[in-house]
Design a protein around this ligand. Structure first.
Ligand SMILES: Nc1ncnc2c1ncn2[C@@H]1O[C@H](COP(=O)(O)OP(=O)(O)O)[C@@H](O)[C@H]1O
Ligand SMILES: Cc1cn([C@H]2C[C@H](O)[C@@H](COP(=O)(O)O)O2)c(=O)[nH]c1=O
Length: 216
């Protein structure tokens, strides 16, 4: 029985690496995948992992119909034995419904990968629909860590190392950017709620909270 699986986690927890491993293992057995992505940091039509691996993918546009794309592909006599969709949080809810239809009507496994919540800890619409429709939701087991050492569960957006809570939901970026630019940092819930990033925690630790007492 084919299924729709949503592999989720914070940024930097190995989702794209797992997508590439699933692709590698299946193509090593002669299977052919249809790989979708949207807004990967490596550029249009790429699925990339921070481990340095990258593969070509179909860039999903705003109005793209993923079910129709697969039907068209198959009716031209081309193969697709399974589907991978990376950065699935950026897909529209209708596109997630199309992926569910690929599972049910074309009987292909669909493996979707994405972060569940944005920098304000609100569900991305695509991820919400995946949670609603997926046969299985798998939280990745390679845990990213907060600066305090606890398991990171939330994604913070930073500017100059300081957490921000205003801005567009979608801003492509990385966890290892220059500190002056918009970047991201994964945090535990406690520190996400307190808006305490590694940089602000360091600054707070260095700040003298008692003025030096003069000896005179
Ligand atoms: N230099 C490195 N050596 C070993 N592992 C690394 C290195 N750089 C990144 N990683 C691993 O890659 C993970 C990020 O993988 P990636 O697939 O790009 O994440 P995601 O798609 O979830 O954002 C990190 O959590 C870490 O486990
Ligand atoms: C939290 C958050 C993230 N993004 C962007 C930043 C990255 O380009 C991707 C996540 O990619 P990863 O492979 O999981 O690291 O999402 C965003 O646009 N908005 C956000 O709130």
């Amino acid at each position: 029985m084919s299924e729709l699986v949503f592999f989720c986690g914070t940024m930097d927890c190995g989702k794209s690496t797992l997508a590439l491993q699933i692709e590698h293992n299946r193509s090593a057995r002669g299977l052919v995948g249809m790989i979708f992505t949207r807004n990967d940091r490596a550029g249009e039509g790429k699925l990339s992992s921070r481990l340095g691996l990258v593969t070509d993918a179909v860039e999903v546009g705003d109005g793209a119909d993923l079910y129709a794309h697969l039907v068209d592909h198959l009716s031209r006599g081309r193969r697709a034995d399974y589907v991978i969709a990376d950065e699935a949080q950026f897909l529209a809810p209708e596109q997630i419904d199309q992926l569910a239809r690929v599972v049910d009507d074309l009987e292909l496994d669909v493996y979707a990968f994405g972060i569940t919540t944005d920098f304000r800890s609100k569900l991305f619409p695509g991820s919400q629909r995946l949670v609603e429709l997926a046969d299985r939701v798998e939280v990745l087991q390679v845990e990213a860590l907060c600066w305090c050492g606890a398991r990171a569960t939330h994604n913070a957006r930073t500017v100059g190392g300081v957490m921000v809570v205003e801005g567009a939901q979608v801003v492509v970026g990385d966890v290892t950017g220059s500190t002056d630019e918009i970047g991201y940092e994964v945090l535990c819930r406690r520190h996400h709620r307190r808006r305490m990033t590694a940089a602000t925690a360091r600054a707070a630790a260095l700040a003298p909270d008692v003025l030096p007492v003069s000896s005179s």
